[in-house]
Design a protein around this ligand. Structure first.
Ligand SMILES: Nc1ncnc2c1ncn2[C@@H]1O[C@H](COP(=O)(O)OP(=O)(O)O)[C@@H](O)[C@H]1O
Ligand SMILES: [Mg+2]
Length: 272
């Protein structure tokens, strides 16, 4: 950075790496309500439990749920001048919706990335809004994303939108880390049979169709919902908990996929 310190020319074009942040993983979907935030939050905590330094950015500016799912009520701290530790959840207290237009969206995404003291991170996980809109475009213009996780349920309508999300990531040249199928089945608490509430296997088929890895199936589990609503995500129970096992497996797949991509993309840096 010092080589640009005295330059008064225009800012360098194109995405700039975030200093100190190794991998940036976006969690997206075509549809809302498929479990993006749930998976982004549990993935972040699982990665941290597995020994990594993790940041989580709530980029769902229309429906920021990360603070609720993490049980966070602490106001953002201004650390020096204009640098803070925010979430849109903190900026939008209560039920008041935020109304953002394109240019404002772009600038808030840039601020979340550039004016936040993220520190040194192995992974920065970004919870995206549903769909294929402005936020993703702003993100890819601001930082190089390592890859995107596409969340879907097995239902046809969710898969239809997931295919669009995969195509969008391809168009903006973001590698798809893989597809994860959420709400894959429900284990009946009475007869212990699996019930395919939203159909079955579509996530895996879609991954195969686009030649991207399948990152796993997460069951529909009332404890996962409760964990989100209460700010105590189930992965806090550890990887031996029956409610968290599939989430840890998913997190391990993500780790493998990121290492795989990094190995093919650039020089491997040895970490002691
Ligand atoms: N595997 C799951 N089992 C049970 N409930 C889930 C699961 N995944 C998500 N949910 C619940 O479904 C709702 C929508 O999930 P959310 O993560 O907010 O979706 P999105 O971010 O895609 O809109 C939330 O109430 C959440 O707790
Ligand atoms: Mg969400």
């Amino acid at each position: 950075m010092s080589s640009h310190a005295h330059s008064h020319g225009p800012a360098p074009a194109g995405p700039q790496p975030l200093p100190g942040v190794d991998s940036i993983i976006a969690v997206g979907s075509g549809k809302g309500g498929v479990g993006k935030t749930t998976l982004a939050v549990n993935l972040s905590i699982a990665l941290a439990r597995l020994g990594f330094k993790v940041g989580l950015l709530d980029a769902d500016v229309y429906g920021p749920n990360v603070p609720t799912m993490l049980g966070t009520t602490v106001a953002p701290e201004v650390v020096s001048g204009d640098r803070i530790l925010p979430s849109v959840g903190f900026l939008s207290p209560g039920d008041k919706p935020l109304v953002w237009r394109g240019p404002m969206l772009h600038s808030i995404i840039k601020q979340f990335l550039g004016q936040v003291e993220w520190g040194r991170l192995d992974y920065l996980v970004i919870d995206l809004p549903p769909g294929t809109g402005d936020v993703v475009i702003s993100l890819v213009q601001t930082v190089p994303l390592t890859g995107a996780v596409v969340v879907t349920t097995p239902s046809d309508v969710s898969l239809q939108d997931a295919r669009k999300a995969i195509e969008m990531f391809k168009q903006v040249k973001v590698d798809v880390l893989g597809v994860v199928e959420n709400m894959s089945y429900l284990v009946c608490p009475h007869c212990h049979q699996e019930i395919d509430v939203f159909s079955k296997g579509g996530g895996e088929r879609t991954a195969a169709q686009f030649a991207v890895p399948f990152l796993g199936s997460i069951e529909l589990d009332p404890d996962i919902r409760k964990g989100g609503d209460s700010g105590q995500p189930v992965v806090l129970e550890g990887d031996q908990s029956p409610h968290a096992r599939s989430l840890f497996k998913f997190a391990r797949h993500v780790i493998d996929r990121v290492s795989e991509l990094k190995a093919t993309e650039g020089p491997v840096i040895e970490i002691q």
